[in-house]
Design a protein around this ligand. Structure first.
Ligand code: CA
Length: 231
C-alpha cells in the first residue's frame, strides 16, 4: 500500500497540481480545503504525512499544526508547511508550532518531493517497508495492516502503537509506566489503568475465536507479548 499524504490547501489549482505530482511519485492523496475538514480526516484516516498550507480560511495552518501536535493520535505525524509568506520569522513560527519542515511558495516539485522523502525517512524510517512478525501475527508498519493467521485485524491507533511496541520487543515484560512512555510519550499524563483498558482492547482484537492469547499478564509486573504454546 502507498503512503498517504493529506494535502490541506484551499487553492484548487494548486491542489490539482500537488495531487498530480504526488500521485506520480507513488503517494495516495487525500484533500482538505480547510482546517475542520483536515482534522476530521485525521481522526478517521491513517495519514503518513500532512502538507499544510499556512493561509487557510477560518483556522490557520499554524493553528492546525498545533492541534495536530496536541492530539495523541497525531502528535508524531510528519507535517510540512507550505506558505507564500517567506519571511524568516514565519519559518520559525511554523517550526515552533511543530512543523517538521517549511517550504516557501513558489517551490519546485523536485524540491517538494525531496523534502517529503527526507521528512518521511527521518521521522518514519519504518515507512521504507518494514514488517514485524510474531507467532502468527504480522504487522506491516508502513501500511498499518495487521493480520493474525493471515486474517486482517482491526485495531485502534493506540492499540496499534501498543502492539507495534510489543512486537518490537517480543517476550519482554513491560510495566505500565514503560508502556506509557513508549506508547503515549513521557510528557503527558496517562493513568496506569488506561494501559489496562487498551491492553484489554488489544487482546480482544487479537484473540479471535479459540486462538491462544498472545498477551501475557505478569502479576504486579506488567505485560508481555508471548506465545509459549506456539514457540
Ligand atoms: Ca491557501
Amino acid at each position: 500500500m502507498k503512503p498517504v499524504i493529506l494535502v490541506v490547501e484551499d487553492e484548487t489549482a494548486l491542489v490539482r497540481l500537488l495531487r498530480y505530482n504526488l500521485d506520480k511519485e507513488g503517494f495516495e492523496v487525500l484533500e482538505a480545503t480547510d482546517g475542520e475538514e483536515a482534522l476530521l480526516i485525521l481522526s478517521e484516516r491513517r495519514i503518513d504525512l500532512v502538507l499544510l498550507d499556512w493561509m487557510l480560511p477560518s483556522v490557520s495552518g499554524i493553528e492546525i499544526c498545533r492541534q495536530i501536535r496536541r492530539r495523541n493520535e497525531t502528535r508524531n505525524l510528519p507535517v510540512i508547511m507550505l506558505t507564500a509568506r517567506g519571511e524568516e520569522g514565519d519559518r520559525i513560527r511554523g517550526l515552533n508550532a511543530g512543523a517538521d519542515d517549511y517550504i516557501p511558495k513558489p517551490f519546485s516539485y523536485d524540491e517538494l518531493m525531496a523534502r517529503i522523502h527526507a521528512v518521511l525517512r527521518r521521522i518514519r524510517p519504518a515507512l521504507t517497508e518494514e514488517k514485524l512478525n510474531f507467532a502468527d501475527l504480522e504487522m506491516n508498519v508502513a501500511t498499518h495492516r495487521v493480520t493474525r493467521d493471515r486474517e486482517a485485524l482491526r485495531l485502534g491507533p493506540t492499540e496499534f502503537r501498543l502492539l507495534r511496541f510489543l512486537m518490537e520487543h517480543p517476550r519482554r515484560v513491560f510495566d505500565r509506566n514503560q508502556l506509557i512512555d513508549a506508547v503515549w510519550g513521557h510528557d503527558i499524563y496517562v493513568d496506569a489503568r488506561t494501559v489496562d483498558v487498551h491492553i484489554r482492547r488489544l487482546r480482544k482484537a487479537l484473540n479471535g475465536e479459540g486462538k491462544p492469547d498472545l498477551i501475557r499478564t505478569v502479576r504486579s509486573a506488567g505485560y508481555a507479548l508471548d506465545a509459549p504454546e506456539m514457540a
